[in-house]
Write a new protein. Structure first.
Length: 320
């Protein structure tokens, strides 16, 4: 099957050093954070590929690299279809309140990409398209004259989706699109996104920390930890038999009414600072299966069974 998005060896390093004068006076060296390290994956046309992990693992940086908001330090991002046409990419942001201009009417917000990309040849046709987009996402054409503050959080996210669809994208990058919403509203937005994917043939790169949300949306999942993908598999494969101890830890965070006090194999706690990552496997300070090799040698991402890749010495050696 054709890949709508192909990422090869993508890395991103940020310079987080103090100002030059401070470094001179205090004798401090420059500091760098490797937010994303050698990430590779393909997203098949018409599918939903999700990246999950705790806050600070680098998943939102991947989203911004794909959309061009950041430039990669290394690696390549490619989105072309089977005919070699460059696909259109658009992004849905986490917070619909801050991502919409409060001084613009909703109709102007949605019409902006139509004007910029010259997708309609008259103002009348642009207005018709704005009305159509509002109705597609479950709002009314009359809402075009209102301002963002007149809507609820869920309605504002529908406006954000309409604005993203205005540029007629092939690939939507969704950065935690429901995390700022109530649970009941989350379900409505996710169902809307699934319907739009089916009707419009969209491809999704979905970023989330919530595995229950990801399971509802995804075909494939990549689990990230401290800037690296540490496991990647089809969604049901990962939920039924996760291999990496960190993947198991994430699954343990999903409430289970049948086993509310089930034991956790992996230890909880905060991930290490990306400014000073541990040597070897970055997860070893929290892993009950870590040995000396884990503490000194970084594991490679290897195929363990068909369509499942994992970076874990314990899995490789059969110690789990």
């Amino acid at each position: 099957m054709t890949a709508a998005l192909s990422i090869k060896g993508m890395s991103k390093t940020f310079d987080v050093s103090a100002p030059w004068l401070n470094r001179v006076l205090e004798g401090r060296e420059r500091q760098f954070v490797k937010a994303v390290s050698d990430v590779s994956f393909d997203v098949t046309e018409g599918s939903c590929f999700s990246i999950v992990g705790e806050s600070g693992c680098g998943k939102s940086t991947v989203a911004r690299l794909v959309t061009g908001l950041y430039r990669p330090t290394a690696g390549a991002v490619n989105f072309t279809d089977r005919d070699g046409r460059r696909l259109r990419v658009q992004m849905i942001f986490q917070d619909p309140h801050s991502s919409l201009n409060p001084r613009w009417r909703v109709g102007d917000i949605i019409a902006e990409p139509i004007h910029e990309m010259q997708l309609r040849d008259s103002r009348e046709k642009t207005r018709e398209r704005v009305s159509e987009l509002l109705e597609i996402v479950g709002l009314s054409a009359e809402d075009a004259v209102k301002f963002p503050h007149e809507f609820s959080g869920g309605q504002r996210q529908r406006i954000s989706i309409a604005r993203a669809l205005a540029s007629e994208p092939d690939l939507l990058v969704c950065d935690e699109p429901t995390s700022a919403l109530d649970v009941s509203v989350q379900a409505q937005i996710l169902n809307l996104m699934r319907r739009l994917q089916k009707e419009l043939g969209l491809t999704y790169l979905f970023i989330s920390h919530d595995l229950s949300v990801v399971r509802h949306m995804s075909d494939h999942i990549a689990v990230m930890y401290l800037g690296r993908i540490i496991e990647q598999a089809k969604v049901e494969t990962l939920f039924q038999r996760p291999l990496h101890p960190y993947s198991k830890l994430l699954l343990d965070t999903i409430p289970d009414i049948h086993a509310p006090h089930r034991a956790k194999d992996a230890q909880a706690g905060e991930p290490p600072s990306p400014l000073n990552p541990p040597p070897g496997c970055a997860f070893h300070p929290r892993c009950p299966f870590a040995n000396e090799r884990c503490r000194h040698e970084e594991p490679d991402l290897l195929e363990h069974v068909q369509d499942v890749v994992v970076a874990c010495h314990a899995v490789e050696e059969g110690r789990l």
